[in-house]
Design a protein around this ligand. Structure first.
Ligand code: PMP
Length: 427
């Protein structure tokens, strides 16, 4: 038994399922998770001393790679000054200003501690601002685990939401309407049916929780138009896509202006921080200025704000994004070629510093059903083979892959080389 396996057995005695977030348990790949000792640049080192090229990167935050020296130095300096004050600091103001400089759609931003909290708060704010109850979300999009968004209509789409978890009152989920991603007609239909009661659409502008699904041509602009027509707010959940699809997020890439934006992951530089923000007239409804309540003991935590500021300062750099995109494209091109050479039906695509791959011969991935139709068994075998070869991919066919600026061209070449071995075993 490896040390990881021993630790997993031990962890299961004290932590439900041995993990503090379900996907970490490796259940969908039928393996035992690695316990991590150290992260260094593009690499993870597990407790058994084996090194992996990491394409999970803590599920997205580490766009500069693990333990970036500038982030670590800044955090160490802050630690000497104290870890939490529950009072304003100049660091959170500097980070707020920095965030706004990347996102012209936002005039104010409020910091919280997790993406879940940020989405939940943005939705409450949208409801408070519009005086309406219902929201529209898309099947396969994830907006954290608050009751109102842990809802997915399954493959049907276009129905009242059915909770994806026990413990969610049906009354709550009935105010969440679910449509299929990339289906504007479905959204229009929902607006027509509930014209005066839809507060907001919340969407991952590039979906990263059903593998990678790109918005088709006029999907995002179409959502913008429908929201304007029916007086609803458009919320972009850029927890993944912010500073990842491009320097200016998905909204910068696609040039669509949401009313509210949710940010997370990269914004905390590897520490627990997230945020939501938008126009002055909306944000002024928040306590202490307005009637929509929202608060947090560790919100704006100075250590997390320091890590976020050190990270975002590095991201003020267009050429870094050119490199990230080029590397990510190089990876998906190489994987696609390797699969083709082995005769395995396989598609892969990238945008900015995120990528998706799918075991299917169908070239179009438009929504959750397309992803569900992929060969999950093949994914499982591919995942296990790559792990054995020292490549750490997300342990689920419904997760997206991430690139960091610490990944070198040689890391990509090595990954593609290893994939050739694994694809050959699959064919
Ligand atoms: N929104 C999106 C798009 C996410 O991907 C996630 C988490 N992966 C969340 C919200 C929730 O963030 P957190 O896990 O920090 O609560």
């Amino acid at each position: 038994m490896s040390l990881s396996q021993n630790l997993f057995t031990r962890a299961k005695q004290s932590i439900p399922g041995g993990v503090n977030s379900p996907v970490r348990a490796f259940l969908s790949v039928d393996l035992s998770p690695l316990f991590i000792q150290e992260g260094r640049g593009a690499y993870l080192i597990d407790v058994d001393g084996k090194q992996y090229i990491d394409y999970v990167l803590s599920w997205g935050p580490l766009i500069l790679g693990h333990a970036h020296p500038l982030v670590i130095d800044a955090v160490q300096e802050q630690l000497k000054l104290g870890t939490s004050f529950g009072a304003p600091t100049v660091i959170e103001v500097a980070l707020a200003e920095k965030v706004l400089s990347f996102f012209p759609s936002m005039q104010q931003v409020r910091f919280v501690s997790s993406g879940t909290e940020a989405c939940m708060s943005a939705i409450r704010l949208a409801r408070g601002f519009t005086g309406r109850n219902k929201i529209i979300k898309f099947a396969g999009c994830y907006h954290g685990h608050a009751d109102s968004v842990l809802v997915n209509a399954g493959s049907g789409g276009l129905t009242f939401g059915v909770p994806s978890s026990q413990g969610i009152p049906l009354q709550v989920s009935q105010d969440t309407l679910v449509a299929s991603f990339n289906d504007l007609n479905a959204v229009e239909h929902l607006f027509k049916r509930h014209a005066d009661d839809i507060a907001a659409i919340i969407v991952e502008p590039v979906a990263g929780n059903m593998n990678l699904v790109l918005p088709q041509d006029d999907f995002l602009t179409g959502l913008r138009k429908l929201c304007d027509e029916y007086g609803a707010l458009l919320i972009f959940d850029e927890v993944i896509t912010g500073w990842r699809v491009s320097q200016y997020g998905a909204q910068g890439y696609y040039q669509v202006r949401p009313d509210l934006t949710v940010l997370g992951k990269i914004i905390g530089g590897g520490f627990p921080a997230a945020a939501f923000g938008g126009r002055d007239d909306i944000m002024n409804k928040l306590a202490p200025l307005g009637p929509v309540y929202q608060a947090g003991t560790l919100s704006g935590n100075p250590v997390a704000m320091t890590a976020g500021l050190a990270t975002l300062t590095q991201l003020d750099n267009a050429s870094l994004y050119d490199d990230l995109s080029a590397r990510t494209q190089q990876l998906v091109n190489g994987l696609s070629q390797a699969a083709k050479d082995a005769g395995i039906p396989f598609q892969a695509q990238a945008i900015g510093a995120m990528f998706g791959f799918y075991f299917t011969s169908s070239p179009t991935i438009r929504h959750e059903d397309d992803v569900k139709a992929c060969d999950l068994n093949r994914f499982k075998k591919f995942f296990a083979g790559m792990l054995k070869e020292g490549i750490y991919l997300a342990p689920s066919a419904f997760e997206v892959g991430f690139m960091s600026s610490a990944h070198s061209e040689q890391d990509i070449i090595d990954t593609i080389q290893k994939s050739k071995i694994v694809f050959a075993e699959l064919s």
